[in-house]
Design a protein around this ligand. Sequence first.
Ligand code: GDP
Ligand code: GDP
Length: 455
Amino acid sequence: EEDAALLAGRFEEVDENAPLKLDPVLAIVGRPNVGKSTLVNRILGRREAVVEDTPGVTRDRVSYPATWNGRNFTLVDTGGWVHDAKGIHARVADQAGIAADMADAVLFVVDSNVGATATDEAVVRMLRRKKKPVILVANKVDDMVQEADASALWSLGFGQPYPVSALHGRGTADMLDAAMEVLPEYSAHGGLARTGGPRRVALLGRPNVGKSSLLNKLAGSERVVVDPLAGTTRDPVDEIIELGGRTWLFVDPAGIRRRVHMQQGADFYASLRTQSALDKAEVAVVLLAVDEVLSEQDVRILQMAIDSGRALVLAFNKWDLLDEDRRRYLEREIEQDLAHVDWAPRVNLSARTGWHKDRLVPALDKALESWDKRIPTGRLNAFLGELVAAHPHPVRGGKQPRILFGTQASSRPPKFVLFTSGFLDPGYRRFITRRLRETFGFEGTPIEISMRVRE
Ligand code: GDP
Ligand code: GDP
């Protein structure tokens, strides 16, 4: 009863029909060397040592959970995209545009020692078109004397520049206060409704895996391009596709259809898009293809999808290229390579011929149902009771950790909290996870188990 009381205070019932609440997104943009990475580290409270002095080092992660004054937000870092010398203005501006598309507000960083350059001006023009709130950051104002330089940036037309020193932390509190003021409580992501409406799908995969082919095949003639905001035709818009008699929203089809021809920074750009699509989606379809072995990029995209906590469907494309024997052989191979995601439904299909394309919807439904699922506390504890009685935790150092009580703290994805009388072995936790999956389904969703150890 003690535990029940404890839980009652700590966990709220989850309303399954509640809109998906995403933290608001704050993106940092600006040309190279103005101090974006330093500012990211400052905001995240990491040490300066994390800043890479080596140009060309691209980072895998582009968005980070961050907090200021008790408010959570997602910080999007665009500092790792390395530019070549040619056409740099346009590229920096494009990058800022992409970041602005996925953000609810933008920190636009300028080097106040250098002043506004032609590249900065190009970014200004791009940001103005996006109509998102912009906080102008005059960086490298390390002391009072330099504040005069910062005021010159009024001319950029984004109002008061915030003089900061990302290096020393000077002024960043005021800047973040200002950012919190313009950020909405929850992310609006380009004004898309989060309540009700079609479910949101991110179709992901490396170049040439067949994403656009599949999207075209699925959309057929029923394709509707939605334009949620007037005057945003150049921006990526989500696309409504009718499948299985219902509508689905495919996020960022522009990222799927538009070929990105870039040498340097292409990986980073792709990661940015993948992350942004995942942020907006409820379920990810990771597309792989049988004409190539599982590449590093495939693995990275898959990992991003797994880490995102979204529902997941794996689709293998180009099966028309294989004969019967090859198919059987590949089946076994795939099972081995993807043993760690054996919980995700898999669909073998051909975007070219349309073979098995009708299997995608049942897989999406299954994965989303699991993702939404909530196990009542009573049922969960009956399950845990039986499990523990049949398979008690091994004795460790004369003690036997016991599970006192469990509850599903949230769904989308399902997260469980176990109250225990001691630390559970990782092996035992994996065992519980496996049994949870076997007993309650959860096909297509990651699940998370955490422990509260009672002393
Ligand atoms: P990015 O390319 O925009 O991500 O810029 P970085 O964060 O890598 O910074 C570029 C250079 O500017 C590095 O040498 C930083 O140490 C330096 N820098 C960044 N912020 C400040 C600052 O507030 N003051 C000074 N003096 N230098 C800074
Ligand atoms: P994207 O870069 O992921 O959007 O890939 P595309 O849809 O542009 O496809 C890349 C190439 O693979 C194109 O030449 C397609 O015709 C081909 N392709 C796509 N799907 C299939 C398929 O199911 N079977 C075969 N044989 N080729 C395919």
